[in-house]
Design a protein around this ligand. Structure first.
Ligand SMILES: [Zn+2]
Length: 332
């Protein structure tokens, strides 16, 4: 099975989409995709070809690491915006942790960090951010509360990756619907890890308790299997947004359901990628969002054996998801 690479026989699989129908702001990308000025120039050339106006780079970095990224990318600040991490140093031992983290956040904000992210917690604590990982501390922890408030005061949205797709938590057996990918990212074998439901509750606690802070639930809150909870949270909390990065394969299994969801929340969903910077990657995301093509494969991009299906979003919705929603947030 691991070498199985079927090719779609269906006429309905359609053809390539070479360029986005409207200009795009990518709300989920990473600086690691280009490390030298030559690579950054190559990336910008791809962005021009496929129609990406700007990419938000979720550096997860603080301190000297953020400073050196800033020194490189600030030459292209019309094309890239850097977001930063939170400095968790001393979170278990230092009673000044919160104060110190806020001081560093203010410094990063003054340097030009436009938001915070990607924070990440798969159930064992906040482990994306350099230089320190905060295992055991979740985003709704009282130690985090003043930091989340400060982010709101500074108009810095918080982009947070919570949990993982549900099949990573399930048994790795012949009934696991996402087995081919789930096995590699499995969480079912981690003792004491919080469940998917518990992680969604942790996210909700933070969003509910900090109404003046904007949160972006990365990867559609890792809830492609059941969007009803995210649907309810978006209805309940105007400070919550979400984005599609790196969940195209998972979402494209239920294209009518997802298109209805995006239509309903068309002012609160962002385009994102989180899958490198190849032209083929960008083109695949456009095909999924723009067309009603069915049963096509992109084996190089996704670890599943599933075929893909387009959402066929309407023009006005596409324009919001591609760019206008991001502009509203970024220009606050
Ligand atoms: Zn990411």
């Amino acid at each position: 099975m691991k070498d199985y690479r079927p090719e779609s026989l269906y006429k309905a699989a359609g053809s390539e989409v070479d360029k986005a129908r409207y200009p795009v702001i990518d709300m989920h990308s990473h600086n690691q995709y280009a490390e030298s000025p030559e690579e950054i120039r190559e990336w910008i050339q791809t962005m021009d070809e496929v129609g990406i106006e700007k990419a938000i780079l979720l550096t997860k970095a603080t301190g000297a690491q953020f400073d050196s990224l800033h020194a490189v990318f600030s030459q292209w600040e019309d094309r890239f915006e850097l977001w930063c991490g939170i400095d968790y140093t001393g979170y278990e031992t230092d009673e000044n942790f919160t104060e110190n983290a806020i001081e560093e956040l203010e410094r990063l904000h003054d340097m030009g960090a436009g938001g915070i992210g990607e924070l990440g917690d798969k159930g064992e604590g906040l482990f994306y951010s350099t230089p320190t990982q905060a295992f055991g501390m979740h985003i709704d922890d009282p130690r985090m509360s003043p930091i989340l408030d400060k982010a709101g005061q500074l108009n810095m949205p918080i982009h947070v990756h919570m949990a993982e797709p549900i099949w990573m938590y399930q048994e790795m057996d012949s009934t696991n619907d996402g087995l081919m990918n789930a096995y590699e990212w499995r969480l079912d074998n981690k003792a004491g890890i919080k469940s998917h439901d518990q992680m969604m509750q942790i996210l909700e606690n933070a969003v509910r308790d900090h109404p003046n802070t904007t949160f972006i639930a990365a990867h559609m809150a890792n809830s492609a299997y059941d969007l009803s909870n995210l649907d309810r949270m978006l209805d309940t909390y105007p400070n919550l947004y979400s984005e599609i990065g790196a969940r195209y394969s998972e979402l494209s299994q239920t294209p009518r359901h997802v298109a209805a969801f995006i239509n309903k929340h068309q002012d609160r969903i962002f385009y994102g990628t989180d899958m490198g910077r190849s032209p083929e990657m960008y083109k695949t995301t456009f095909k999924i969002l723009e067309t009603e093509d069915e049963h096509f494969y992109r084996h190089d991009l996704f670890g599943y054996h599933w075929s893909l299906n387009g959402f066929g979003l309407e023009d006005n919705v596409l324009q919001k998801v591609y760019r206008n929603n991001a502009l509203k947030l970024l220009n606050q």
